[in-house]
Design a binder for this molecule. Structure first.
Ligand SMILES: Nc1ncnc2c1ncn2[C@@H]1O[C@H](COP(=O)(O)OP(=O)(O)O)[C@@H](O)[C@H]1O
Ligand SMILES: [Mg+2]
Length: 230
């Protein structure tokens, strides 16, 4: 069973007073557990739109036979609460601009996804957050807030947060896009290392990138062109 399966995803943006824009036009993909897939494409080709659909942050157009399954669970046909739970327990997301909460310490940021789960997951959450951050090389910064860290360090925190609940699927939207080349490579190393050691089974990774050297380290490369994956 693939960790992530998507079929017939279409997405049209409709803004008042403008012609609708069909950004995705029948995208299908399948990613196996532990497989690393890079998604490339020009700016504006719909890469972020695709990742947001895969992560359940947005919904595809209706009526096109769209289907998204995460570890065998149907993301689109689940009700609101089931979908939120599915997202929290099975999907981790890393953004280009880190998206950490500034008023929380980095331990509190990393622990946050566990609060969406049951009491059992919450119980050991603070200790797991600390372990993730130590493994990410931030053991001496645990009480710090994001603004006290460099961009590369903030992205380390975001990677740790994405892995907090041991997701089956890790989605990363240009995770190295705001970092210099060598810091970007270190983040990729961290993604690969932490994903392997903090999950019971290594998650599938779908990662948007502009950087050929990053894509080259993935198992497979897909390119978005004219609304389709080629
Ligand atoms: N919420 C939105 N409303 C209207 N248009 C959008 C919205 N989000 C993205 N778009 C448009 O969809 C296209 C694809 O955007 P995006 O998925 O961000 O591309 P990429 O990540 O590949 O740069 C762009 O033309 C963008 O302007
Ligand atoms: Mg984008």
């Amino acid at each position: 069973m693939p960790a992530l399966l998507a079929e017939n995803l279409a997405k049209t943006y409709r803004l008042p007073g403008a012609a609708p824009i069909r950004v995705l036009d029948g995208v299908s993909l399948s990613v196996e557990p532990g497989e690393h897939v890079a998604i490339l494409g020009k700016s504006g080709s719909g890469k972020s739109t695709l990742l947001n659909l895969l992560g359940g942050l947005d919904r595809p157009d209706r009526g096109c036979g769209a289907r998204i399954e995460v570890a065998g669970c149907d993301l689109l046909r689940a009700g609101e609460r089931a979908r939120a739970r599915l997202r929290a327990s099975k999907i981790g997301f890393v953004f280009q601009s880190f998206h950490l909460l500034p008023e929380l310490t980095i331990v509190e940021n990393v622990r946050l996804p566990a609060l969406a789960l049951g009491a059992a997951a919450r119980r050991g959450a603070t200790e797991r957050a600390r372990e993730l951050l130590r493994a990410a090389g931030l053991g001496d910064r645990l009480g710090h807030r994001p603004a006290e860290l460099s961009g590369g360090e903030q992205q380390r925190v975001a990677v740790a947060r994405a892995l907090m609940n041991g997701p089956e699927v890790l989605l990363a939207d240009e995770p190295t896009g705001n970092l210099d080349a060598s810091t970007g490579m270190q983040i990729l190393d961290l993604v690969f290392d932490l994903a392997g050691s903090f999950s019971s089974a290594p998650p599938a990774l779908a990662m948007v990138t502009h950087t050929d050297a990053i894509a080259a380290r993935c198992d497979r490369t897909l390119r978005l062109e004219a609304g389709r994956l080629v």
